[in-house]
Ligand binder design. Structure first.
Ligand SMILES: [Zn+2]
Ligand SMILES: [Zn+2]
Length: 177
């Protein structure tokens, strides 16, 4: 979705839209395609213009599908984000020096257009955790046999603990010498 700046009315624009997984997939860079996918996103935003400066404020709710980084099972989670952007024409690029480099919410537009899609995309990607977990208490996979410990018990775990105890016992013996 693109916003044509000259067509923003005096009173501003209120936009509400819904995007699906195809929309998100098309925006993803090639290498990230397998990491996660989006099920849907709902966006509500208000666009206002003051002379050449455009203000965009809104919120989004998206359902993301990814695999748990511990047990590798597919998991779904909801992300919510509130965003605020200020866009100035690209010809005012010099102004950039006055802005703090951390100020991600500043943007520049060119040719009377703001690409709302890439803005929404950026907001979603920023909200996705680096380590996705199906639940905080996920037990992950058994390091020995690879079974998902959340759903089954393989019995390797006790052996594993025994091994560690054995090492401790040996250490104690050598201490006593
Ligand atoms: Zn998990
Ligand atoms: Zn096991």
């Amino acid at each position: 979705m693109k916003i044509i700046i000259s067509s923003i009315p005096e009173e501003g624009l209120n936009l509400q839209f819904h995007k699906d997984s195809d929309w998100f997939r098309d925006l993803l860079p090639e290498k990230e395609k397998s990491d996660f996918s989006l099920q849907k996103v709902d966006v509500l935003c208000a666009v206002k213009k003051m002379r050449e400066t455009v203000f965009i404020e809104g919120n989004l709710e998206a359902t993301v599908v990814s695999s748990c980084s511990r047990c590798l099972e597919t998991t779904q989670f909801l992300i919510k984000s509130t965003f605020r952007y200020t866009f100035v024409p690209a010809k005012n690029m010099l102004m950039e020096e006055e802005l703090s480099p951390e100020d991600l919410e500043y943007g520049f537009y060119q040719d009377d257009v703001i690409d709302l899609d890439s803005l929404i995309f950026e907001q979603i990607v920023l909200q996705i955790p680096i380590k996705v977990l199906c639940r905080d208490t996920c037990k992950g996979l058994c390091p020995h046999c690879g079974i998902n410990i959340n759903v089954a018990n393989c019995g390797c775990r006790t052996e594993f603990i025994d091994e560690r105890l054995a090492v401790l016992k040996k250490l104690k013996i050598s201490d006593n010498k």
